[in-house]
Design a protein around this ligand. Structure first.
Ligand code: GLU
Length: 427
């Protein structure tokens, strides 16, 4: 099986090797020194298993792919409200280095353009350039699962030539949208753009996003799922410079590209992708990288808005172990749509039973909304003199430490629940 997937990955990369359009970034000499033929592709499965093809050990600078990660770190460190007060989430359709802010709020429109990325750096706690940068480097390293490092030559050049970014930082300062010394903030920003990664690092960082902040390689929870959801949202709407609309339509994966030639793309819950090829199109995206992601998405069916089927049937079995007791065996991932189906069925059948037993033993996942809805069924049936029991040995709906509060309603086995229901019948 793994060999077959490796063949897919190799073939999808091979299909684009003859593509030589585009040009190396040349705003600093270091980037123009890259081997234009360099081409690597890594896919990480959600459990951290990686498929590598081509130049996956070649290091290049992360550049703008740093932006979603520093934004995530800012959210993680100071919380969404504080970040939202400083950086918007509106796509601009402008170039990444546009010197612009929102007309009304005077804050950067989103964190994927330079203005927003520089503002995000200023939100990272730290008393010095070194401390702030170390926090950023540490966070990226935790996402990648190895200690990353900086390319000092690229950093020196970014710093020497970064006048446009200086203009942006000083403009933000003049609007009160940047805290701290703009030169210090810029220094950290230039450093973060100069962090070296490989496609395998990017795939692992993407997999950490795909897993809601859990690095599947190290098993460490780097940040939480709310931070990741927000980060992926801005990657969807603003991640690919001014070609984001095209990208979302054709590829349909939250992503971010950088002028170093890298692209990171994420299929939430399933996959992380890292690709590198340094020739860029007019918008600054890797030409081969975009094509590889298009083919991956089309050939492997990765577009995140693909509607493949109706949300999976959640009721595994419905039966009456006794005349006035009805059991609903529930399976799979219990999210809103699945629970809605279960509740509608149970409420429709209410005349057929006195006790509905919901057996969630075979559930794989659940969210808070589903939990609340399942617990609420009891209250909604109560008006009609009905009872709802739960068979929940794993604590999917009612955590083990809360089980006492639900004594007589929540059971460990179906037999126990049915016995209790029968007694109610007799009584
Ligand atoms: N260091 C570059 C800049 O801020 C990054 C550009 C990019 O990758 O888009 O101008």
């Amino acid at each position: 099986m793994a060999a077959l997937v490796q063949q897919y990955v190799d073939r999808i990369r091979a299909e684009q090797i003859s593509l030589r359009d585009g040009a190396l970034a040349s705003y600093i000499p270091e980037l123009a020194k890259a081997d234009p033929e360099g081409f690597g592709l890594t896919l990480s499965a959600s459990d951290g298993y990686v498929y590598e093809s081509g130049d996956t050990a070649v290091e290049f600078t992360i550049q703008s792919i740093s932006k979603p990660f520093t934004y995530a770190l800012a959210l993680d460190q100071i919380g969404q409200d504080a970040v939202d007060a400083r950086i918007g989430v509106e796509p601009t359709g402008e170039a990444f280095n546009e010197i612009s802010v929102d007309n009304v709020t005077k804050t950067p429109k989103n964190p994927m353009i330079n203005a927003g990325a520089i503002a995000a750096v200023s939100l990272i706690p730290g008393d010095s350039v070194g401390e702030r940068f170390e926090r950023i480097l540490e966070f990226y390293s935790e996402c990648a699962g190895r200690r990353l490092d900086i390319d000092m030559d690229v950093y020196a050049s970014e710093k020497a030539t970064g006048n446009r970014n200086r203009a942006i930082a000083y403009m933000l300062t003049s609007f009160g949208a940047l805290t701290g010394d703009p030169d210090e903030v810029l220094d950290v920003y230039f450093r973060q753009c100069s962090i070296k990664v490989t496609t395998t690092d990017l795939a692992r960082m993407a997999a950490t996003l795909a897993r809601g902040g859990l690095n599947p390689l190290t098993g460490r929870q780097v940040t939480d799922a709310n931070v990741i959801r927000r980060t992926l949202s801005v990657m969807v709407t603003c991640g690919m410079y001014d070609a984001t609309g095209d990208w979302v339509s054709a590829v349909g994966l939250p992503a971010k590209s950088g002028v170093g030639g890298g692209i990171v793309a994420v299929l939430p819950g399933q996959l992380g992708i890292g690709v590198y090829s340094p020739r860029l199109d007019s918008r600054g995206n890797s030409v081969r990288g975009v094509q590889v992601c298009r083919s991956l998405s089309a050939q492997l069916g990765l577009h995140f808005l693909t509607v493949s089927r109706e949300s999976s049937a959640t009721l595994r079995a419905v039966f009456d172990p006794s005349p006035r007791v009805r059991v609903y065996e529930i399976q799979g991932d219990l999210l809103f749509a699945g629970v809605e189906q279960v509740l509608r069925t149970a409420e429709r059948d209410r005349d057929d039973y006195d006790v509905a037993v919901l057996d969630v033993t075979r559930v794989n996942d659940i969210n808070d909304a589903a939990r609340g809805m399942l617990i609420g069924l009891r209250a909604s049936l109560a008006g009609g003199d009905k009872e709802a029991y739960l068979v929940d040995p794993e604590g999917w709906v009612v955590r083990a430490d809360r089980r006492e509060d639900y004594r007589g309603i929540v059971f460990r086995t179906l037999d126990e629940a049915v016995d209790a229901a029968r007694q109610l019948e007799i009584g």
